[in-house]
Design a protein around this ligand. Structure first.
Ligand SMILES: *Cc1c(COP(=O)(O)O)cnc(C)c1O
Length: 397
C-alpha cells in the first residue's frame, strides 16, 4: 500500500501553497537538494574530470533511464535520458520514418503539444522527401490510420484537456496498417500506469520535469522497442551515441542499442537532481497513484461545478478517458488563474481560455482540493480576478 502521508513529506512545498501544477513543473523533492549539493561538492569539486569514471557520470543516463523505464513498462536497457523532449521527439520520429521508407504521412492530432508538431515540420523540411504532417482531431485519429501512414505521432494525454488516448488500441491499429507508433508520455510518466511493452509501442519519449519532479529543464527520456533498438539509425549522430566515443574515429558508427540515442555530454548536475527525485517512487504503486488521482479529480470537478457554474469543464467527464489533470474553460480564465495564484493556489493557463489543475496524490490531499475550490469560488463569485494586475500577461502562463 502506498502511504500518501509519507510521500508528501518527501517534497518541499512553501507554506500556504496548494500546488496543482505538477503537470507543468513538479515540486522540489527534499532528496534532490541534498543530492545535488553533495554531487557538486564531492563529485565535481573533488573528483573533477575523474568523476566521469569514478562517480559514474558517463553511465548515469542509462541508469536513470532504467529507473524511468520501471515506471512506464519498459524492459531494462531500452530507455536513456538526455537532451530536451523536443529533441527526443525529433530523434524518435526521424528513426521511425527511416524504418518505413516508402510512406510519406506522419499522422498526429490537434491536441498534440505544438512543439511536437513543430519538430515534425522541421524534420520534414530537413529530409526534403515530401513527407506530410497530417493533423486531425483527436477523435478522428483512429479512422485516419490507413496504409498511407508511415508514423503515428501522438501524445497520450492532451496537455490542454487531459484527454487520454488508448495507446494499446491505436498502436495495434497502426501496426495492422503497416505504420509505426511514436508516443509522447510528457503527461503520462509518473501520472498514470503506462505499459510500453504491453502496448508494443515502437518509440516513446517524455520529459522529467512534470510528474517526475526532476526540476526545471530536467533532461528528457527516449525508449526504443527492443526489436528496433539495434536497427535504428540516429539522425542526431553525436559522439555520445557512437560505439566508442573515445576512439575518436572520423566516421560514425552507432552504439549498441539504446546507447545510440544519446547525443552529447550528459547534464550531470540535472541528472543528480532527477535521480534523487526518482527515489520518491520507491514503495509507490502507480495503480494506487492513479486511483487516488482520479478520486481527487472527481472531487474537484464535483465541487467546482456545484460552486462555480460559469466554469465549463474542458476535460473528459469519464475518468477512464482522462489523465491526471482537470481543465475548465472561462473567457477570463487567465485573470482568474492569476488571482488564484496570488492566493496560493497554483495552477496554470493555456490559451485561449483553459485553466489547468493537476492532481498528484503524492503531495495533494482531499482537504487541499476543498480549500482550493473554496478560494476559487470566492474569486469567481466576488469578481476578485477583475483587477489590472491579474489581466497583465506574463511571459510564461
Ligand atoms: C511539456 C511538453 C513538451 C516540452 O518539450 P521541451 O523540449 O522539454 O521543452 C513537449 N511535448 C509535450 C507533449 C509536452 O507536454
Amino acid at each position: 500500500m502506498t502511504d500518501f502521508r509519507t510521500t508528501r513529506a518527501r517534497f518541499r512545498l512553501p507554506d500556504g501553497t496548494i500546488y496543482l501544477d505538477g503537470n507543468s513543473l513538479g515540486p522540489l523533492p527534499v532528496a534532490a537538494l541534498d543530492r545535488v549539493g553533495r554531487m557538486m561538492a564531492e563529485e565535481w569539486g573533488q573528483q573533477l574530470i575523474r568523476g566521469w569514471n569514478t562517480a559514474g557520470w558517463m553511465t548515469q543516463p542509462r541508469r536513470t533511464g532504467d529507473r524511468i523505464g520501471n515506471l512506464i513498462g519498459a524492459p531494462a536497457g531500452y530507455v536513456v535520458v538526455g537532451d530536451t523532449l523536443s529533441i527526443k521527439v525529433y530523434q524518435a520520429l526521424a528513426a521511425a520514418l527511416e524504418l518505413n521508407p516508402t510512406r510519406r504521412v506522419i499522422l498526429s492530432d490537434s491536441g498534440n503539444f505544438p512543439s511536437d508538431l513543430y519538430m515534425a515540420d522541421g524534420l520534414i523540411r530537413s529530409l526534403g522527401r515530401d513527407h506530410v504532417l497530417e493533423v486531425v482531431e483527436p477523435e478522428a485519429v483512429e479512422a485516419a490510420i490507413d496504409d498511407s501512414v508511415a508514423v503515428l505521432l501522438l501524445t497520450e494525454v492532451d496537455y490542454r484537456t487531459g484527454r487520454l488516448h488508448d495507446m494499446a488500441a491505436l498502436t495495434r491499429k497502426a501496426h495492422a496498417a503497416g505504420a509505426l507508433a511514436v508516443w509522447d508520455l510528457a503527461h503520462s510518466a509518473g501520472a498514470i500506469p503506462v505499459d510500453l511493452a504491453g502496448a508494443d509501442a515502437d518509440f516513446a519519449v517524455g520529459c522529467t520535469y512534470k510528474y517526475l519532479n526532476g526540476g526545471p529543464g530536467a533532461p528528457a527520456f527516449i525508449y526504443v522497442a527492443p526489436r528496433l533498438a539495434d536497427r535504428v539509425r540516429p539522425a542526431l549522430s553525436g559522439w555520445m551515441g557512437h560505439q566508442s566515443p573515445f576512439a575518436f574515429n572520423l566516421d560514425y558508427r552507432p552504439g549498441h542499442g539504446i546507447e545510440r540515442m544519446r547525443v552529447g555530454t550528459p547534464p550531470v548536475i540535472a541528472l543528480a537532481a532527477l535521480d534523487a527525485a526518482l527515489d520518491v517512487w520507491d514503495g509507490v504503486s502507480l495503480a494506487e497513484v492513479r486511483a487516488a488521482s482520479l478520486a481527487l479529480s472527481e472531487l474537484f470537478i464535483r465541487e467546482v461545478e456545484a460552486r462555480c457554474p460559469d466554469l465549463v469543464l474542458a476535460s473528459p467527464r469519464d475518468g477512464a478517458r482522462r489523465g491526471s489533470q482537470v481543465s475548465f474553460r472561462h473567457p477570463d480564465g487567465y485573470a482568474m488563474m492569476q488571482a488564484l495564484i496570488a492566493q496560493g493556489v497554483i495552477g496554470d493557463f493555456r490559451a485561449p481560455d483553459v485553466m489547468r489543475f493537476g492532481f498528484t496524490p503524492l503531495y495533494i490531499g482531499e482537504h487541499d482540493v476543498k480549500a482550493a475550490v473554496a478560494i476559487l469560488d470566492d474569486i469567481v463569485s466576488h469578481r476578485r480576478w477583475d483587477q489590472p494586475a491579474f489581466h497583465a500577461r506574463a511571459l510564461v502562463t
